[in-house]
Design a binder for this molecule. Structure first.
Ligand code: NDP
Ligand code: HSE
Length: 429
């Protein structure tokens, strides 16, 4: 056992960072035994130095994060500031000054993962980010290591705790959107700017990371089709209930059937109540991975929050420290296949479309003709009349998304269609 401690610089001491520091202190002996050397918190970089931070030695606190990572004696930098800058510059500087890096920053990894991995390799250091996707759930390492001998074809799941918390509250308690978002923010689940959560940017970043690792290819944030959940209404939930479904914000990464391309998308979708994802409550996440030899695997657990996320950060810290003592590095980037990323129009899915129409002879036939003209087959139709108008709910069979979008555009131009009340994809059947 080495007695000289490995030194850790903690960048950020908010929801996640404060829990990382707490666990490093309370579990110090176990961490020492597991790593084979003590780990010492050598400095904590924050924005507001005067803020009282329970359990943190004030002499360790600094606002000069750059000076901390440049000290030269730091073995591991834990970046839990978030955002692009200064996190990116600090991580690059950390590599240049001999430190490995553990980060929870999905926005940065999704945007600049390739360059950061290259910098880690150039300096012979590790870059680990298990906490960046799905909080406490081990997902990056299982994909990168345990499934390295298999061929992953699909990754589908709930990867944002805040939006799942809001959708679950809207569905089960009838809570309003803003009320549920405020609660998720107070519980530490939401990003510094919750727009990242509710507009699907956070889930899209996670989808880009997952697709890249699962399919050994480069998937950029811009490659991910994204729709947020701000337009989901109580009426959508009522409609979903009538179909025996609920609504979840899903991230779906797929390899095309011919293996020649991949797609990645994030959007709200109706899923049957019988589907395991339907029972994922509050800020929990769940991800299905479908691999050729393994079959279907499900990963489930807390997807956000200080303590669960710190668990994933600490796991990485232990792994990186072990690598350091072994004078080696762990597996890095593996984007060797360079598969093209397909557009949303190529994705095959089903639609649930709710229309307000005139209640007179021939309208149903007109609507059905539009579906037929676009090659979209109708699965079910339900009509409810009200004072000369009617509400028409159409659920389609599977069709390319481009054909479904074309259908909806054409429906909007019919005189007898007063409005398209909602469009939602249906998944998981
Ligand atoms: P917080 O906003 O709670 O904490 C951010 C911390 O960074 C604060 O301590 C802040 O200082 C510090 N900070 C901000 N700017 C600077 C700067 N320029 N220099 C030094 N320190 C700075 O964020 P979270 O802990 O929630 O999130 C951190 C990261 O973890 C993000 O990348 C997030 O996406 C990721 N993550 C978060 C999860 C969660 O559930 N919260 C789950 C999974 C990942 P001060 O305290 O003085 O304000
Ligand atoms: N804001 C993120 C979420 C944190 O709600 O899932 C975890 O990545």
């Amino acid at each position: 056992m080495r007695t000289r401690p490995l030194k850790v610089a903690l960048l950020g001491c908010g929801v996640v960072g404060s829990e990382v520091a707490r666990i490093m202190t309370t579990h110090a002996d176990d961490l020492t035994a597991r790593i084979g050397a003590p780990v010492e918190l050598a400095g904590v970089a924050v924005r507001r130095p005067s803020k009282v931070r329970e359990g943190i030695d004030p002499s360790l606190v600094t606002t000069d994060a750059t000076a901390l990572v440049k000290r030269g004696d730091i073995d591991v930098v834990v970046e839990v500031i978030g955002g692009i800058e200064p996190a990116r510059a600090l991580i690059t500087t950390a590599f240049e000054h001999g430190a490995s890096v553990v980060s929870a920053n999905k926005a940065l990894i999704a945007q600049d993962g390739a360059a950061l991995h290259a910098a880690a390799v150039e300096h012979g250091r590790d870059l680990y980010y298990e906490a960046a996707v799905a909080g406490a759930i081990p997902l990056i390492r299982p994909l990168r290591e345990s499934l390295a001998g298999d061929k992953v074809n699909r990754v589908l799941g709930i990867v944002n705790g805040t939006t799942n918390f809001i959708l679950d509250a809207m569905d089960t308690t009838g809570a309003g959107y803003q009320e549920a978002l405020d609660e998720a923010t107070a519980l530490g689940y939401a990003e510094a700017d919750p727009t990242a959560d509710v507009e699907g940017f956070d889930a899209a970043a996670k989808a880009a990371i997952l697709a890249g690792i699962a399919f050994h290819t480069r998937v950029r944030l811009d490659d991910v089709y994204r729709e947020g959940m701000t337009e989901v209404t109580a009426a959508d939930f009522a409609s979903a209930k009538r179909m025996g479904c609920t609504i979840k914000l899903l991230a779906i990464c797929e390899r095309a059937a011919d293996g020649g391309s991949v797609t990645a998308r994030v959007h709200p979708a109706m899923i049957p109540l019988s589907h395991p994802l339907a029972s994922v409550r509050e800020a929990y996440n769940a991800v299905f991975v479908e691999a050729e030899a393994a079959g279907q695997l499900m990963f489930y657990g807390p997807g956000a929050g200080g303590s669960p996320t710190a668990s994933a950060v600490l796991g990485d810290l232990v792994a990186v420290c072990r690598n350091k003592l072994a004078e080696s590095t762990g597996p890095g980037d593996s984007a060797y296949t360079q598969l093209p990323v397909g557009s949303m129009g190529e994705v095959v899915t089903r639609y649930h479309i709710s229309l307000d129409v005139a209640d007179k002879p021939g309208v149903l036939a007109q609507v059905a003709t539009v579906f037929a003209e676009h090659g979209v087959s109708i699965d079910t139709v339900r009509q409810t009349g009200k004072d000369g108008e009617a509400s028409l709910v159409v659920v389609t069979h599977r069709a390319p998304d481009a054909a479904l979008t074309g259908t909806v555009d054409a429906l909007r131009s019919l005189d007898t269609v007063r409005g398209v009340a909602s469009i939602m994809r249906v998944e998981g059947e």
